[in-house]
Write a protein that binds this ligand. Structure first.
Ligand SMILES: Cc1cc2nc3c(=O)[nH]c(=O)nc-3n(C[C@H](O)[C@H](O)[C@H](O)COP(=O)(O)OP(=O)(O)OC[C@H]3O[C@@H](n4cnc5c(N)ncnc54)[C@H](O)[C@@H]3O)c2cc1C
Length: 322
């Protein structure tokens, strides 16, 4: 929190940015804030894939390049040299937006050692980040010609998102809960060791703004529950608050509602029993996909039907109550 206002109370909003929501993971708020910083002559740091689909934090100073930062990529990004680049920009009094996981923002703050008025920090509600080695192996196994991966393709809806693998000559779409890489991630098997003992979620890193998916939107703002993405925006500092005038039609909500049904804001997961064996066998596994299937739980047909019915009943109940 800003030292200048230690008693600042967090403010929470439900927000959708119509022009960016369809191509962003949640409500598109990141793009809006990044656009604002760039139009003020500043620079933006965030995570982008390079040509070999390795994820790195990069510096963007041009609106036409901003698209590469858009969208959640579920792997740890390489931060090599980035904190120094941020410091260089700030020492030239440039405006900087740094966006990353809670621990990456905490690392930057520790590196800088002091507050810079020109620096806006934005972190994400974070489930944890998977191992880059597992991602490299997965990409290798996906074969030649893979040029892009979208972890959150929302063309079939925000909640039923797909992984989309774009090859030079074809596109492969897999529902998130059927994709082996995503199953491993969502069942917490492939997370970095530090993710199981995270001290930086839930404002622990003093970021200015935290963004996440507003999964409880159906209960909190039924009018916005139309299957398209909505962001939870948590404003943690007065500096973060000064950017809220940028948000289109923000709906103020209780903090507890904005983080409801979303472990990424505050939950630290237990190390699953399968994790040690999964990594112990990783080097010798010839086929990663097969190796993964030994360590993830798949849903039975009964469970799938039960969950579907549960969702339908909840939606009927909501309609009757409203
Ligand atoms: C690893 C990971 C875990 C997440 N877990 C949750 C969760 O449990 N609950 C939840 O509500 N939201 C989670 N999110 C955040 C959520 O998916 C959206 O990214 C966030 O709500 C912002 O959405 P947006 O539509 O505003 O912007 P988008 O355009 O979707 O977000 C892009 C921003 O995310 C950054 N980013 C993308 N991938 C990474 C990465 N690997 N490391 C660091 N920064 C990255 C980009 O630099 C950019 O700033 C997670 C994101 C990541 C990357």
């Amino acid at each position: 929190m800003d030292a200048s206002e230690p008693d600042f109370q967090k403010i929470a909003y439900a927000v959708r940015v119509p022009q960016y929501e369809p191509v962003s993971s949640s409500g598109g708020v990141f793009m809006l804030l990044a656009e604002r910083i760039l139009s003020d002559g500043g620079v933006v740091f965030g995570a982008a894939f390079d040509e070999s689909l390795k994820l790195r934090h990069v510096r963007i100073n041009d609106m036409s390049m901003l698209g590469c930062l858009r969208g959640s990529k579920y792997v740890q990004s390489d931060m090599n040299g980035v904190y120094r680049q941020v410091e260089d920009e700030l020492s030239e009094s440039k405006k900087v937006l740094f966006s990353g996981t809670p621990c990456q923002v905490a690392g930057l703050k520790k590196f800088l050692g002091k507050d810079y008025p020109e620096l806006l920090t934005l972190d994400l509600a974070c489930h944890g980040v998977p191992s880059p080695e597992v991602w490299r192996r997965y990409v290798d196994e996906k074969g030649d010609g893979l040029v892009h991966v979208n972890f959150r393709d929302k063309s079939c809806g925000w909640r039923k998102y797909h992984m989309t693998y774009t090859y030079k000559d074809r596109i492969e779409k897999v529902r998130f809960d059927k994709d082996p890489y995503m199953q491993l991630f969502l069942q917490n098997v492939s997370l970095r060791p530090s993710c199981y003992d995270c001290a930086f979620r839930n404002g622990g890193n003093c970021s200015d703004i935290t963004l996440g998916d507003f999964w409880a939107i159906a209960d909190v703002c039924p009018d916005m529950n139309d299957g398209r993405g909505v962001s939870s925006v948590i404003v943690n500092t007065p500096k973060g608050k000064s950017f809220t005038s940028e948000l289109p039609e923000p709906v103020e909500v209780r903090y507890e509602d904005a983080v409801r049904s979303n472990g990424g804001f505050f939950t630290t997961f237990e190390v699953p029993a399968a994790r040690n064996d999964f990594f112990a066998g990783l080097d010798s596994a010839r086929n990663l996909k097969k190796h993964i299937t030994r360590f993830v739980k798949t849903k039975s047909l009964f469970r799938e039907i039960y969950e579907k019915l549960h969702t339908v009943m909840a939606s009927i109940k909501r309609r009757i109550l409203s």
